[in-house]
Ligand binder design. Structure first.
Ligand code: NAD
Ligand code: WQD
Length: 338
């Protein structure tokens, strides 16, 4: 079975390509390398001993997409390609709506034209930003978020649900990821943020390697056990395995399946810092700074539906995430740039 992966050179995409190849799928990737490097694809091939057909193309380029679908005849698509920085999306909303929403529509149109009926879509826990009751389950979805990036995820989910409603042969898994962290245990592939990392753990890793002086902890006055923000961190390899399980589910069914992919555990910023210090043996200097605008106190998943219907259960804990993140960071202090 052949899977076309959009955004497959990126952080979650590259780890998912490893999981797919190891599970016996054939894989082709479309990525414009806007936020990634071809080196990641080469390393996935190296790790698995298998080939990936790679297209450096934009998903908004319809003629190119049609050529690729005609040549590859994929059985299913996993759609990662998107812009994903929350803060940047506030400054550049049109770029985010253009890439994420038009890109998803272009993909759905191409799938329709070529009769491809299976899709796994990268959604996000950001769709739960307004929910107060924890843990959040798939029904907690409230069609409200705090930023354009989040809106693109809500909109794309709705566009996909409507498309499925109109074509009962379509089978889609909407996967709502919580906070992916870590890297492949080999240290060969991992997250390679451009510039100053927006997310907590890539920033922590750069403090450990000496690239940044200290971490700013954004607020210690939240109503949580130590006052810092609580999130549901999930090892990127567990997340990748979740895609293989979701693909299995839609291969046999049709309609829309929506799953939280998280660990079900909330961990605070200071607990993550401590876990990283233990896993790396490095001290992480930090200062307490004001809250980051738009942040919420806590969000963690009710992950029971994915466990019940997909047999999905995380195998790696926060210590494993930190150990693998540090292994990647220490081996690749400049990411994929040699
Ligand atoms: P990433 O930036 O590492 O990967 C996205 C990939 O898509 C990159 O390789 C980029 O070059 C490519 N891309 C972007 N626009 C494209 C376009 N128009 N055409 C072709 N390729 C394009 O990000 P990631 O962390 O791997 O995220 C993957 C998906 O998961 C995204 O849809 C993101 O919104 C979603 N997600 C990520 C997180 C997270 O914290 N990392 C959490 C929830 C959801
Ligand atoms: C985690 C915690 C911060 C950086 C984001 C997106 C979400 C999803 C995942 C894509 C919070 C604190 C952070 C720092 C800090 N992405 N923090 N100092 O905000 O939960 O989720 O990534 O879909 O949509 O919003 O993740 O890693 O930025 O923050 O104290 O330098 O770490 O306040 O409590 P977040 P994060």
């Amino acid at each position: 079975m052949k899977v076309l992966v959009t955004g497959g050179a990126g952080y979650i995409g590259s780890h998912t390509c490893v999981a797919l190849l190891e599970a016996g799928y054939d894989v082709c990737v479309i990525d414009n390398l806007d936020n990634s490097s071809y080196e990641a694809v080469k390393r996935v091939e190296e790790l698995t001993g298998k080939k990936i057909t790679f297209y450096e193309k934009d998903i908004l380029d319809k003629p190119a997409m049609e050529e690729i679908f005609a040549a590859e005849k994929p059985d299913a698509v996993i759609h990662f390609a998107a812009l994903k920085a929350v803060g940047e999306s506030v400054a550049k909303p049109l770029e985010y709506y253009h890439c994420n929403v038009f890109g998803t529509i272009a993909l759905l149109e191409t799938m329709k034209k070529f009769g491809v009926k299976k899709l796994v879509y990268s959604s996000s826990a950001t769709v739960y930003s307004s929910v107060k009751e924890m843990p959040v389950n798939e029904q907690s979805f409230a069609y409200v978020t705090t930023n354009p990036y989040g809106w693109t995820k809500i909109m794309c989910e709705q566009i996909i649900r409507d498309t499925c409603h109109a074509d009962p042969e379509l089978a889609v898994a909407l996967l709502r990821y919580f906070n992916p962290v870590g890297a492949h245990p080999s240290g060969r592939i991992g997250e390679d943020p451009a510039g100053i990392p927006n997310n907590l753990m890539p920033f922590v890793a750069q403090v450990a390697s000496g690239k940044r002086e200290r971490l700013s902890v954004f607020g210690n006055d939240y109503p949580t056990r130590d006052g810092t923000g609580v999130r549901d961190y999930i090892h990127v390899c567990d997340l990748a395995d979740g895609h293989v399980l979701a693909l299995g589910k839609i291969t046999d069914g049709n309609g829309v399946y929506t799953y939280n992919l998280g660990s079900g555990q909330g961990t605070s910023v200071l607990e993550m810092v401590k876990a990283f210090e233990e896993a790396s043996g490095r001290e992480i200097p930090y200062v307490i700074s004001p809250r980051r605008p738009g942040d919420i106190a806590e969000v963690y998943a009710d992950a029971s539906l994915a466990e019940k219907e997909l047999g999905f259960k995380t195998k790696r804990d926060v210590y494993d995430m930190c150990k693998d993140l540090w292994n990647w960071q220490a081996q690749n202090p400049n990411g994929y740039q040699k």
